[in-house]
Design a protein. Sequence first.
Lengths: 392, 290
Amino acid sequence: MRATPRLLGVAAAAVAVLSLVACGSNLSSGSNGDNRSNADGPVVLGVLVDQTAYLKTVDQGVLKGINAAVKAINDQGGVLGGRQLQVVSGDMAADPQKQVQAFQRIMGTDKPALFVNGFSSAGNAAVAPLAKSQHVPMVVASVVPQQDAEWIFSTITPVRYETGTRVEYLQHDGITKVGILYDPTPYNKQQLQVISDQLKAAGIDIAGAEQHASDAVDLRPQVSKLLGAGAQAIIKLSSGPTQIVAAKALADAGSRAPLLIGIESRANIVQASAAYPHVLVVASPLQVNAVLKEADRSQSVKSFTDTNPAEQDPTYVGRGWDAVFLAAAALEKAGSTDGQALRDALESMDSYAGTSGAYDYTASDHYGITSNPDYLAKITETSVDIVFTPKR
Amino acid sequence: MINTLAIGLSLGCVYGFVAVGFALIYRTTGVMNFGQGAFVMLGGMGAGYAGQEWGLPLAVSALIGVCFAVIGGLVLVLTVVLPLWKRGAGDLITMLGTLLFLVASENLVLNLMGSDPRPVPPIPPHFTLSAAGLRIDSQSLWIVAAAVVVSAGLGAFIAKTPTGVAMRAVATDQNVARLMGVNPARIAVVVFAAAALIGGIGGVLVAPLQFAAWNAAHLYNIKGFVAAVVGGVLDVRTAFLGGLVVGVAEAFILTYASSSYLDVILLGFLLLLLLLRPGGLFGRAVAVKY
């Protein structure tokens, strides 16, 4: 029996070691030391994405796009006169604290030229001060944080377009009162502020704005409350599997009110649409590519689909793809891997036509997209229909 | 208001289902099993995965989901609980072991079945009862019926049968129970398998109303645990009632108070109730093993 505490101690140590290992970074193709200063070695791109938690679905797409773009660029000779791009990824597990830890670990071991991050607005906000203090630019698939944003560049459609597409549709459809569902992430709070102003300007009343946890499994009380307050449509700002939960709640309430969701993964859209037939989704050009007229298909979308012909859920893959091509363009413009030079290059380089829109970053605009590229669509397992096209 | 009550009761049945599993294991083995939510998740994800990936009909995929949960229960008791007992680990260490099982099972399901939520169809015929503005989904009726039958049946089984007495003896004192001819290990295996079975059935029944996802285990766990404590963790029937209290309170807070401060208000309210009734609303005055 004397061995028991020792055994438990060993077990606890093993758990601690395994936890540390599980939190570790993944090196795609080997790396050591300071790659920023090694003029002949690979140019390292740090990648902080969720590989194990609720954002995994979307961040997997981002990572897939990053790897596809890195391969495409390396196949064409790399950057800076022949240097290969190399991805070093860390799992941030949808946890800002883990994103900070992964950032510090990768900075400490691989010294990447840039970071290309995933969808977590909270995670990217958490590392923004570190990016600023350590002079490393980040191209992210989330909103630009409100503080310490100087080194963060976004590949997402600006909030005003993702929300505005829905507000324009509501106006077009004659809807005068809406309910809003949101979760407490920075992205959602920013969206809530923007859409509240847009709805007010459009003369549409807000029946209520109800918050829910990002991993909620039942939204019937919130939906029932909003419908009871006279909402003729529900705008859902939050993303992830809660789209399905909201759709089921509306179906359960016997409602026919449209559920307007934002940019979302295909898996969640299809399940939400199967649960409730009145789901409308803000869709990127890639998501409605199959039904776009030839004249409306951009060259970058064509290139992406030629390179990734079997991609079933291209939205987030496209964001990762765009981020790497933006990073590569910045590296060429800067002519080095120096952080300050790369940041300046991102702000001053020519417009880059990506899969999600045309990016033209400036010192005051780290979204770069200045024309609404999105559509409002009805997407099911077997069909894609564009329901509404907002003003460009 | 009646609609809010109906939603709350439906939510409460889900929490009650998990709470029954908590109470069953605690009442009969003295282990606070924080892996209970994993059984619900395994049931839902197993059924959803089998239906979606293998194209199996609901009855078969549901059976597979329940089997996943039971296997999970057996893995937990045989590889975590019993070895810890054998080495004389205390209640706290055993509880930690069950919590680690929950985390491990979520991670395993994430990597084996993917991060996408899995759809589970409702039990046919699917219909909605509608009267005077009140709507009740047929799946909710299945959940209520199953929860009532399970909690009442288990309560009677534990209170009235020789096996139930043996279970309680193990919970009171394993050494004394052993002297009385009861094998605590065997009882533990039976109890964990039964609790996993209940959790698995709950997961299959709940998924059509919500969804099955790898990360839902801890949510069910938290609300189910709170429900069990609020109702009284020493009795499966009162634990189920605790689920109803938590579910109804949640629905009313969301509808008439604030969705932003749901957890603060809900847990504050429940804490207040427990200060007034420390043994649980419907339980005994002193929350100790016996």
